[in-house]
Design a protein around this ligand. Sequence first.
Ligand SMILES: Cc1ncc(COP(=O)(O)O)c(C=O)c1O
Length: 375
Amino acid sequence: MKVEFYKHNISQQDIDNVVGVLNSLFLTTGEVVSEFEGRFSRYLGCGYTVGVTSCTAALHLSLLACGIGAGDEVITTPMTFIASANSVLFTGARPVFIEVEPETGNINADLIEDAITSRTKAILPVHLYGQMCDMRKIREIADKHHLAVIEDAAHAIEAVRDGIRPGQLGDAASFSFYATKNITSGEGGAISTNSEEIAERLKKLRLHGMSKGAADRYSRRYEHWDMEMLGWKYNMSNIQAALLLNQLENIEKRWQRREQICRMYEEAFKKDSGITCLKVLPNSKSARHLFTILVPPKRRDSIMGQLQERGIGVAVNFRAIHLLTFYRQTFGYKRGSFPIAEKIGDSTITLPLYPKLSNEEVQYVIKVVKEVTTN
Ligand SMILES: Cc1ncc(COP(=O)(O)O)c(C=O)c1O
């Protein structure tokens, strides 16, 4: 049997929505983007959403909109995709890593205050795999020290913790619509915020700092525009937004299937001494973006190889980023700097997880994982 690592769920309705845009006058940022932004804000219970081209762009712009720049420090986690820390570097600031929780892989909020210096300007928590970080605690620390909170919610659209959703306590939350995400436009991203001021700045920053977007310039009589600040070219197009509209409508239904699959995996592996699953904490709804298991680090790569030989698509999310060559060479990090993150990074394997996965395929993955981990 062949079980792909990921299969998207693009429906005929999604395709029809894109065709509708292709048959219209306006392909770039316009009414369809505004429609998506409005619906996304309503879904999250946030004031404003700004559509961009990726979560990397969303993080970069969120940091800029919160005034982060050269010489500043941003506290974040080494257990994430490089985009989280790279976006800090794009602004000229420095990412300062701290250790993670063993049970979730999320940033350990109890260690944040020790890492704060006179240069610290923001905290960048990453809601890993879909389990939210402790946003109440993080907000409290940020308020005490006058720091911004920029959430990396690439994995966490559907997530809730202690009644809080991404973007509700952070100054801004960044989302990804990359090809394998819970809803996707191939590439794409968004920022949600409750601050009108940040939203206005983000709208300019996503398009060269221009005072008017294409829709303002061309839909009515031509209007002159000004460049009010230095911005980037990160604006979401109507084509991307059209792909997302209907996926967002169905997001909870799709999430339920993800939850079902994760529970099948968790039930099957709970008695296996060689396999550990990371935790969904009480009072939380995980967005269930990635299902990862931890296996003995010395055997991880060989187990992955065997899974692939038996037709199962796998990935590693993630090797701890402070150990990647650039971060070692630039900041002098070394093995031992963050042992918990390193242990997760050396042990983790991500299994297939998407609504189209059949029960038969899930059972096959479980059977093969059990066989290759006990051999
Ligand atoms: C935790 C995390 N943050 C940010 C990103 C970047 O997302 P994008 O590819 O949309 O830039 C990813 C991508 O997978 C991610 O996993």
